[in-house]
Design a protein around this ligand. Structure first.
Ligand code: SAM
Length: 330
C-alpha cells in the first residue's frame, strides 16, 4: 500500500483528516434524547473485528486520515477495546487517537485505555447535578464518572473534553454551574445543540435549546473565540483569562456548519457514512477480508466521496437514516 496517495477530498474541496469509527452500536445508558427505552436493537456481536479495524484504518491512513475517534454506542463495552487501541496506534500515519465515552467504569479502566495509547478523551456529562444526571441518563453514576475524569488527569492526560447536550427545561439552567466548574479545572466543555433524529422528534421540539444563546452569553462575559485547527472537531472554541477550562460550542443548526466538515464515519458493521444524517451507508466490509484488498478499499472510499452532500439539511427537518446517534456515534 502506498502512503503517498493524494488525500481524500470531496466535490466541494473539503479534506478529511479525521475519521470517527464506531466499534459497537450497543450502549448501556438510556439518555432521554437518544435511547430513552434502552438499547433494544443492536449488532454488538457482529461488529468489526480487530483485524478488520486494522485494515480499515490502514487504508484511511494511506489517503490522509491522521486522527481517529473511537465511539459507539458505548465503545468501552468492547471487551477487546484496549486491543483495538493498541492496533490503531501501530498504523503508520495515525498521530492522534481519541475516544468518546459515557465514562461508565472510567474510574476503574482509564489507566488501561491510556496505557494502550489513547491520546484524548471526551466524556459525556449532561448535568453536574446527580439527580438530573440520573434522570437524563438512567444511571446514578455521576460521582464515579467525575472521579474517572480526575483519574485521567492524575495519569497525565493534559486535557479532557466533556460533552453536554444543552436541553431547554432540563439542563439549560446549569450553564453557570458548568462555568464555575472549569474556573480552576482544565476541562473543555462542549455544549452540543440537541439534534433531531428519527426517534426523538417530540423530545427535540420540546427541548431544543439554540447554541446561539450560549454563544451570546459567553461573548457578553468576555469569552474570546479561538482559531480552529485543521483536524479539529466541529466545535467553535472559546477561552477566557479567568478560566482554566475552555468552552466549545457545537451548533449544527448554524449557517454554513457543514462548510468546515473534515470528518467521515464508519459504523461498527463497516459502513462508510459520509454524513451523520446520511440516508444510508456504503459497505466497506467486503474489502476488509484480507490485506490484498487495500487498493480496492481505497478506491471504494475515494469513489464514495463523490456522493457526499454539501450539507446535512438538518435545519429542514431531514434526519436521513439516523434513528438515534447510538447507531453510529455522535
Ligand atoms: N456512548 C458514548 C457517549 O456517551 O459519549 C459515545 C456515543 S454518543 C452517541 C456520542 C455523543 O453524542 C454524546 O456526547 C451524546 O450526548 C451525543 N448525542 C447523542 N444523541 C444526540 C442528539 N440527538 N443530539 C446531540 N447530541 C447527541
Amino acid at each position: 500500500m502506498h502512503s503517498d496517495l493524494p488525500a481524500l477530498q470531496d466535490r466541494k474541496g473539503r479534506k478529511f483528516p479525521y475519521l470517527r469509527l464506531s466499534v459497537t452500536d450497543l450502549c448501556n445508558f438510556r439518555c432521554n434524547y437518544c435511547l430513552p427505552d434502552g438499547c433494544l436493537d443492536h449488532h454488538h456481536s457482529e461488529a468489526l473485528t480487530v483485524e478488520e479495524i486494522r485494515r480499515l484504518i490502514t487504508a484511511f491512513a494511506a489517503v490522509g486520515v491522521e486522527k481517529i475517534r473511537l465511539t459507539g454506542g458505548e465503545p468501552t463495552l468492547r471487551q477487546d477495546f484496549a486491543d483495538i487501541v493498541r492496533t490503531i496506534k501501530e498504523v503508520p500515519g495515525i498521530n492522534k487517537l481519541a475516544m468518546t465515552t459515557n465514562g461508565y467504569k472510567m474510574d476503574q479502566r482509564v489507566t488501561d485505555w491510556l496505557e494502550a495509547g489513547i491520546d484524548a478523551i471526551n466524556v459525556s456529562v449532561d448535568s453536574l447535578d446527580p439527580l438530573a444526571f440520573e434522570l437524563i441518563t438512567g444511571h446514578n453514576r455521576l460521582r464515579e464518572i467525575l472521579a474517572g475524569i480526575q483519574k485521567a488527569f492524575d495519569h497525565g492526560l493534559p486535557s479532557i473534553k466533556v460533552n453536554a447536550v444543552a436541553m431547554q427545561g432540563i439542563n439549560d439552567h446549569e450553564i453557570d454551574g458548568f462555568l464555575d466548574w472549569i474556573r480552576d479545572y482544565p476541562v473543555s466543555i462542549r455544549f452540543i445543540e440537541l439534534m433531531q433524529t428519527g426517534d426523538n422528534q417530540d423530545f427535540f421540539l420540546k427541548h431544543h435549546f439554540p447554541g446561539k444563546q450560549i454563544q451570546a452569553l459567553l461573548l457578553a462575559r468576555g469569552w474570546v473565540r479561538k482559531m480552529r485547527l485543521a483536524d479539529a472537531g466541529p466545535a467553535q472554541e472559546y477561552c477566557h483569562n479567568d478560566y482554566e477550562g475552555t468552552i466549545g460550542l457545537i451548533m449544527p443548526y448554524s449557517k454554513d456548519f457543514c462548510n468546515d466538515c473534515n470528518r467521515l464515519r464508519v459504523t461498527s458493521l463497516g459502513q462508510l457514512q459520509l454524513c451523520l444524517f446520511a440516508e444510508s451507508g456504503i459497505d466497506l466490509r467486503d474489502f476488509l477480508c484480507s490485506d490484498d484488498q487495500q487498493t480496492a478499499l481505497v478506491a471504494r472510499i475515494r469513489d464514495s466521496l463523490r456522493l457526499k452532500e454539501d450539507s446535512h439539511f438538518l435545519e429542514q427537518g431531514w434526519t436521513g437514516g439516523t434513528q438515534n446517534l447510538s447507531q453510529m456515534g455522535g
